[in-house]
Design a protein around this ligand. Structure first.
Ligand code: AOS
Ligand code: ZN
Ligand code: ZN
Length: 388
């Protein structure tokens, strides 16, 4: 796509979903650093997410995590979000934090624990009915630490059984996104370790089961854009959990570690039709801001996704196809790199002005005084964090 107005039109309709947990305190197993002005309630997390949308114009949804965002009235929570100009996005489940889940949740050898985990997943669909959410995000920490600890194959049977029960419960306009992860917290075997396992479970169940690619969940050196191209071709890419990593599941700002990889991924999304609304690919962020300011970290991340998308949209597809067809390796690579090396910041600044926004979202947010205001307002009470 070379016509800049077409590129701008495509960028204008992009929707990047931010995670409620990115606004709370977070850290590592060593330390959670408390920051000032951190939200104390699910409503305050939504307030912060609304700021990201206010200054970027392309972050209209916020994902929730249950029970971290548990409230008595989810219809009221959805209305609260709408009043602030955003909507509730994916509902994320949590079957990893209870003592009961030490040996697994839906794959636990104990049927009572499996039932408890399944009940939580089904409750999350009840919540989706109330919030109007389309996507249920399923991530299982299930796995084993030692060879022989449990039967790998039986655990797959248990996983399949639970997924089928959740699938059955989904409404017509709902779907689940099954997230895979190579390791952590399980260190020997994870029950959904890679896209192949997720894909196989999803294919068996049908169109309402889709794979979600968390960019931090692969072995080093994995060609993630290949996975994206493959899943899109099969109609099985449900969305992304975007973040970046230097080592493992670092949950750093997307585009921080490897902007070129993000561009390559977004190119395959565009190439495979994943950018079209009807394909339903959800662009979600799954990040934690341990040492940087959180709202600003989210704004920066949204901008990084936008920049990679703009570059992907700028690839001269005709020139690329011609070079590929003639076997001109260096010309093809050159066309690709030209798009990547384009400075798209002026185009995005222009787009924001056309959208009635400040061309520099970070500067506008900083000048707004929002942070100083919430630091003052949120002085008392318990700040939200992982598990709150
Ligand atoms: C865990 O590694 C996954 O990325 C999940 O998406 C998880 O639910 C999320 O990171 C919140 O902890
Ligand atoms: Zn994730
Ligand atoms: Zn993760």
């Amino acid at each position: 796509m070379n016509d800049t107005s077409a590129v701008k039109d495509a960028l204008r309709r992009q929707q990047i979903e931010t995670p409620s947990w990115a606004y709370g305190n977070s850290g590592t197993r060593f330390k959670v650093f408390a920051q000032r002005g951190v939200p104390r309630t699910p409503q305050e997390k939504i307030d912060d997410a609304a700021q990201v949308h206010r200054f970027t114009g392309v972050a209209p949804k916020v994902a929730v995590h249950i029970p971290w965002d548990r409230v008595d009235d989810y219809t009221a929570l959805a209305a609260y979000a709408e009043e602030r100009g955003v909507r509730i996005g994916a509902v994320n489940t949590n079957v990893f934090q209870d003592d009961d889940y030490m040996l697994g949740s839906v794959t636990n050898p104990d049927p009572a624990v499996r039932r408890k985990a399944l009940d939580h997943l089904l409750e999350a669909v009840d919540i989706m009915d109330l919030t109007g959410s389309r996507d249920l995000k399923l991530w299982f920490s299930d796995g084993t630490n030692y060879p022989g600890q449990d039967d790998i194959r039986t655990r797959q049977d248990r996983m399949a059984e639970a997924l089928a029960a959740v699938y059955e419960r989904l409404g017509d306009d709902q779907r689940f996104l099954l997230e895979y992860k190579l390791f952590e917290p399980a260190f020997y075997m994870t029950d959904v370790p890679d896209w192949g396992a997720s894909y196989a479970h999803c294919v068996k169940l049908g169109p309402k089961a889709q794979v979600v690619v968390d960019t931090g969940h692969h072995a080093p050196g994995t060609n993630i854009e290949f996975i994206v191209a493959f899943l899109l071709r099969e109609g099985k890419l449900g969305g992304f959990d975007f973040n970046s990593r230097f080592y493992a599941d670092d949950d750093l700002m997307v585009g921080a570690a490897d902007p070129f990889q993000l561009f390559r991924i977004m190119y395959e999304v565009v190439r495979g039709g994943g950018y079209d609304e009807e394909t339903g690919v959800a662009f979600m962020l799954d990040q934690c801001h341990n040492v940087e300011p959180k709202i600003q970290g989210q704004i920066r991340s949204v901008m990084n996704v936008q920049e990679a998308t703009a570059k992907a949209l700028l690839v001269d597809r005709d020139a690329l196809s011609a070079a590929q067809a003639s076997g001109d390796v260096l010309e093809a690579n050159g066309v690709f790199m030209d798009a990547y090396n384009t400075d798209v910041r002026p185009l995005l600044a222009e787009l924001r002005e056309e959208m009635g926004l400040h061309p520099d979202p970070v500067a506008a947010y900083k000048a707004s005084g929002y942070f100083e205001r919430v630091v003052e307002e949120r002085k008392d009470g318990q700040a939200a964090g992982w598990g709150a």
